[in-house]
Structures are given as structure tokens and as C-alpha cells.
Ligand binder design. Structure first.
Ligand SMILES: [Zn+2]
Length: 315
């Protein structure tokens, strides 16, 4: 029976990419999650509750799961980080509280949640989630529109094709100013006949949930105010986004915030000019979404993370 369970856990990890982790000296790992929900809908970055629990069980059994801060402190002190794993969540989705937190407590596992503070303040879903939602809900099977004066068309007969269409718009949106993104989103809703956004209600954490988790050992990090692509906004704006999110979380939880996650997090989404800004306002580390193992040579402001959800987003 026990062998059976172990095999099932191993399979879950093979499928989700985590099994590649190994325990070579002084290598450490940071895992990224977004949503943890009953089932994947094929459009949101969801890890299923069942898979999440199996992954946590596997980590507890085989690694030393520690707070991200502890890894950073050990690196600074020259202590061993062998086999250390830190668990992180981005954006601040409510299911982190409802679904992930009970499992983290059950196995006594620490984690860091990176909050984009505007979504916690207003309760509104992030624009990139709204975009996926529109393409998840639409009944259109062929879609022709124009973006930036260029005509484009999508076939949307399958879920994968609809996801692909949303991805094309996402790439465009990542280089847009806010006003353009809002107006194109309104047009998408109209053209794709999606008007009911009830499915996006109560998607984000509120501050009382954040405070409760903070008191019970979950750490919080900053993830900007409005989740911009930091590489494309002016440096002053980037600085404001970063420092205001840090200040807001510190005010709300009454504890210092020392870790940061770059929105979207790929190399193209941030720039090196951001590193001194982070350092100056007392961040100890920053994490990307570049998949990779970390070691002593990895910059504390460009820590790699594995994202099992990425491999499952469409499947
Ligand atoms: Zn994010």
C-alpha cells in the first residue's frame, strides 16, 4: 500500500515537472503556484487541490521546506542550503486561503504569498485573468478583429484554440498602456458577447485573510500595486509600483516585507535597473518565473522558480 502511494506521488511529480528536482549540494529550489482549486479550467493558472497536496507530501518527505527568508539568510551567512525548498504563490488569489492554506497547515509547511495590492484593496480580478475569462466563456468559434490597426482572425473551435487566441491578445496587452488595454478589453467583451463576470467575484484574498495567515506563519511579499510589466513602464513608475505595494502590505500586516516577485517574471518582463531600487528600499531578494535551480552563484534579485502550473495550464 505504502509503495502504491509513493508511486502515485512520484507520478504526480513526473507529470507536473517537479520530479526533476534533486538534492545536489548547495542547490535550492523555489516553487511558484498561483491558484489552487478543485479542477483546472484550462484557462487559469490552477493547480488542483489533489495534486497540490501530493506535491506538499512529496516535498515534506524528501526535502527541507523552509521560509524563503531562511534560505536568503543562510546564503548570506554562508550556511548550507542543500535540499532546501521554498513555496511561493503569486498575485493573492482567495483559494490560497481556502484551499492551499489548510494543506500547508496540515503538513506544517511555510510559504510566501506575493500580493499585487490593488487587487486585494479593490477585490477586482487582475486584467490578465479577466482576459482569459472572456475567452473561456465566449461561444464564438471564429473571431475576426483588429489590434493596433491590423486585422487578425482566430479559429476557436477547441479549448486549446481559444486559449491560444487569449495568449495572442495577452502578448499585445503586455506592451500596452492601461487605457488601451481597458478599451480593447471592453471591445473584446462586446465582440465575443461575454457580459457576465460573476465567475470573477471573490477571486482575490481580502486583508483579514491575509492578516490571519500572517499571524499563523505565512509570509507575504510584494508584487507591485497593479501588476505592470516593469520592463516597459518608466523607471519612476516602476519605483512607485514597487514601494507602494511594500508599504501597503507592511501597514496591513504590521510586519516588514523583504521579498519581491516581478510581475509575469520572465527576463523580458523586468530590467536590471530595478535591482538597485529593490535593494535601496530594503528588499532582501526578488524572484522571477524563469524556471531553474538556484545555487550560491544565483543573484538574490533574480532567483529562479519552478512553476508546475505552467505545464498544466492548458491540459
Ligand atoms: Zn503575478
Amino acid at each position: 500500500m505504502r509503495i502504491h502511494v509513493k508511486h502515485a506521488i512520484k507520478q504526480a511529480f513526473v507529470q507536473t515537472g517537479i520530479y526533476r528536482l534533486n538534492r545536489i549540494a548547495n542547490r535550492f529550489y523555489i516553487l511558484t503556484f498561483h491558484m489552487v482549486a478543485a479542477d483546472s479550467n484550462g484557462f487559469f493558472p490552477i493547480t488542483s487541490i489533489r495534486v497540490f497536496e501530493k506535491q506538499i507530501m512529496h516535498l515534506v518527505e524528501n526535502y527541507n521546506v523552509v521560509p524563503l527568508d531562511e534560505i536568503v539568510d543562510r546564503l548570506k551567512n554562508g550556511a548550507s542550503v542543500r535540499g532546501r525548498v521554498a513555496i511561493t504563490f503569486d498575485d493573492g488569489f482567495r483559494d490560497n486561503y481556502e484551499n492551499a492554506y489548510p494543506i500547508l497547515r496540515k503538513y506544517n509547511v511555510p510559504a510566501t504569498i506575493f500580493l499585487a495590492t490593488q487587487f486585494i484593496e479593490t477585490g477586482a480580478a487582475p486584467w490578465f485573468i479577466k482576459l482569459r475569462y472572456i475567452f473561456m466563456k465566449t461561444d464564438k468559434i471564429d473571431y475576426r478583429t483588429s489590434l493596433n490597426g491590423k486585422s487578425i482572425s482566430f479559429q476557436m473551435r477547441t479549448r486549446e484554440e481559444r486559449y491560444g487566441a487569449s495568449e495572442a491578445i495577452m502578448i499585445y496587452f503586455k506592451n500596452c498602456l492601461d487605457a488601451e488595454r481597458v478599451s480593447v478589453t471592453d471591445r473584446l467583451c462586446e465582440e465575443l458577447s461575454v457580459r457576465d463576470f460573476g465567475g470573477l467575484d471573490n477571486l482575490m484574498l481580502n486583508w483579514s485573510q491575509v492578516r490571519e495567515m500572517s499571524e499563523q506563519g505565512i509570509s507575504f511579499g510584494a508584487h507591485t500595486v497593479s501588476h505592470p510589466v516593469l520592463a516597459t513602464v518608466p523607471l519612476d513608475e516602476a519605483k512607485r509600483e514597487i514601494s507602494e505595494s511594500k508599504k501597503k502590505i507592511e501597514e496591513r500586516i504590521g510586519k516588514p516585507v523583504s521579498s519581491f516577485a516581478y510581475p509575469f517574471g520572465k527576463k523580458a518582463d523586468y530590467k536590471p535597473e530595478i535591482f538597485p531600487i529593490l535593494e535601496k528600499i530594503q528588499f532582501k531578494c526578488a524572484v522571477t518565473t524563469e524556471a531553474g535551480i538556484n545555487n550560491y552563484g544565483t543573484s538574490l534579485f533574480e532567483l529562479n522558480r519552478f512553476g508546475p502550473w505552467e505545464l498544466r495550464a492548458i491540459g
